[in-house]
Ligand binder design. Structure first.
Ligand code: 5GP
Ligand code: MN
Length: 337
């Protein structure tokens, strides 16, 4: 367990640094992109040299957030070492930090690090850690740090953080939505956050090829187990190829399964390199998928988790998932209250 700091402590750390590098997790989602670009904007607004870095191209739907607020195009060890502080956002473990090929954990941990995250069981051992598993999003923690600093928030920073909060709560529908999330959202709106722009980008901008990919997925790839309580889909490479669709832009695809009546646990899995990437969601807090994912070497939150499995073929992934989900549905570990 690491020693925890408060949003005020984190604000002081950032205020004391002049050059700040901002990193987030691999395959960044709305919260990763929003928390990092929001912090970059906020710190640049206060006169800092602050740069976010994403080693892979951003999801298409979030590119607009980088307009006039561009992240670093590349990052060397020398550049990273020249920073006074490395802010790591939304990363549950050192292995998930996206530093690019040159910046592995062995190197990163030699730098002054501030770890800001909302995953329970976060294993990033930084010099300073603001880890709060009750926070709905890393973007919420970023906003709390900014509010604790007493500095004014620009519209751009507020928009990026509200986007992260909206994507991680599924538009305030998931069980991580609480009064604190709504209060921070209200404060971000008061700072000028552009809700229409966010909702249009996140919910109403699906490209045609994605729509067709999803239709095919629903029509031909869904599988049902345990009386429809477990709904899952294996997404073969041909399906991605047929619609020129990449899971980099696939945030939210799993919600197609979650929407189904009767589904309690849903899963998507597809090949990634030599392994299989599995995404899991639960709709009932009596059956959290987080502990199951962790037991299989993955991680995440109680109700939204993922695993990277090295198994011989998709059939082996399917067998393992059905076995583990079956056990979970049988026993139903009641969540801590
Ligand atoms: P998603 O299914 O959207 O990729 O991820 C849901 C949650 O599970 C996120 O909080 C993410 O950090 C976590 N997660 C996803 N994939 C993996 C993985 O391969 N390993 C670990 N440890 N966590 C994952
Ligand atoms: Mn998050």
């Amino acid at each position: 367990m690491h020693e925890l700091c408060t949003p005020g402590d984190a604000a002081a750390k950032l205020a004391a640094a002049e050059r700040i590098l901002i990193l987030t997790h691999v395959k960044p989602d709305g919260d990763a992109v929003g928390s990092a670009l929001g912090m970059q904007k906020f710190l640049r607004d206060t006169g800092k040299q602050a740069d976010a870095f994403f080693p892979a191209p951003l999801p298409q739907r979030y590119l607009w957030m980088a307009e006039g607020n561009a992240p670093l195009p590349s990052l060397s060890r020398e550049q990273a070492a020249a920073c006074d502080l490395v802010l790591v956002l939304d990363c549950a473990s050192p292995l998930r930090i996206a530093g690019g090929d040159d910046l592995d954990w062995e190197f990163l941990q030699t730098l002054p690090l501030l770890n800001v995250d909302h995953h329970g069981g976060n294993t990033v051992e930084a010099g300073s850690n603001l880890v709060d598993s009750k926070a709905a999003a890393a973007s919420l923690l970023a906003a709390e740090i900014a509010f604790a600093s007493g500095r004014e928030l620009s519209r751009g920073a507020a928009t990026a953080w509200l986007l992260g909060l909206i994507t991680d709560t599924g538009g305030f529908r998931f069980t991580n939505t609480d009064g604190r999330a709504l209060r921070i959202a209200a404060r971000l709106l008061d700072c000028g956050a552009e809700l229409e722009k966010i909702n249009n980008a996140v919910f109403f901008s699906k490209p045609r090829n994605q729509q067709e990919f999803e239709a095919d997925l629903l029509q031909n790839h869904l599988k049902f187990a345990f009386d429809g309580k477990f709904v899952y889909a294996w997404l073969p490479e041909e399906l991605f190829a047929a619609y020129h669709f990449d899971m980099r832009d696939g945030e939210g695809v799993i919600d197609l399964l979650r929407e189904l009546e009767g589904a309690v646990i849903v899963a998507l899995f597809y090949r990634r390199g030599d392994a299989f990437k599995v995404s899991l969601r639960s709709k009932d807090s009596r059956y959290p998928v987080g502990p199951m994912a962790r037991a299989l070497g993955g991680g995440g939150h109680d109700m939204a988790a993922g695993i990277t499995l090295v198994l011989p073929d998709s059939g082996a992934v399917e067998t393992l998932l059905c076995q583990e989900v079956g056990k979970l549905l049988d026993t139903g570990t009641p969540k801590d209250i």
